[in-house]
Design a protein around this ligand. Sequence first.
Ligand code: FES
Length: 349
Amino acid sequence: MQLTINNRRITTEKGKTLLEACREADIFVPTLCYDERLESYGGCRLCLVEIQGVARPLAACTTPAEEGMTVLTESETLTRLRKTTLSLILSNHPNDCMCCDNAGDCALQELAYLYDVKPGRYEGERWDLPIREDNPFITFEPNKCISCSRCTRICNDVVMAGTIEMTGRGFYTMPDTAFNKPRSLKNCEFCGQCVSTCPTGALTDKKGRHKGRSHDVTKVKTTCSYCGTGCNFYLHVKDKKVIKVSSDYEAPVNQGNLCIKGRYGYDFIHSPERLKTPLIKKDGVFHEATWDEALEFVATKFRELIAKHGPEKVGGFSSSRCTNEENYLLSKWVRCAVGSNNVDNCARV
Ligand code: FES
């Protein structure tokens, strides 16, 4: 299917939206309520585009691309509309980018900068609600919420936890738990998916707050070590310390989605109880050893066991927390070095 966007001939598949067609062609369209993990919602109206023969601009995220369409993603009219929408959002926003944890990683801040929109164009009532810190993992600053509903949609449609929903009406619309109860393990999985999709600093990871912003950290891509799924994510490292985990939307395995362990279970990295050297137990007491000493000790014990009982009495049981390569090596070692076919893995069943 072919259409024309910004005077360029674009080819896309039937069933794609205009926003998807633009993204495939590297054409920027501003969005706030869109997350490719979610069904399009059409709430923020930032992605409006002009379509030849259509009287009013339409939201690109909810409009299907059609054969022969002629579309403009930038025009004076669209810029004016986007500026007005952003001005309205900023009219009820703290605009405290100087001390906001999400500064530098905030879609609203980026778009206000891009369209040169400053606070103050519209005056009126503003939210002045307390910060919610009523759970161990997620901080909610309602004053920064722009009611895009990405958090409630990801909670309901992707996680299927149903922890939060849009509550209230009109000016008082707000994502919240049923009966405004604090989040706890009874009503929330603490997967942080809501935090991952929030386009502003309304939902943030409590553990990483005020420890460093996006420009302060080095992002290191890694694979979760908690189970065999192999989810990818980014560790945010500052001063050699991991201060936060964020989603990797390109990861084929998890596409930006994570569970509580992947997103918040990183304290073990810097735990003082973590073993840093091998230990050998002598007379019931562990003693620190070098790797050479430890490997020689283990090899000697295995040789003794095999000589005494035969190789078939030895087996290797590997873990899905290890990489494929490590599991392969264990299998190779048991089969070739030990001479046994007793190899298994906890993920086999
Ligand atoms: Fe299309 Fe928000 S991204 S309306």
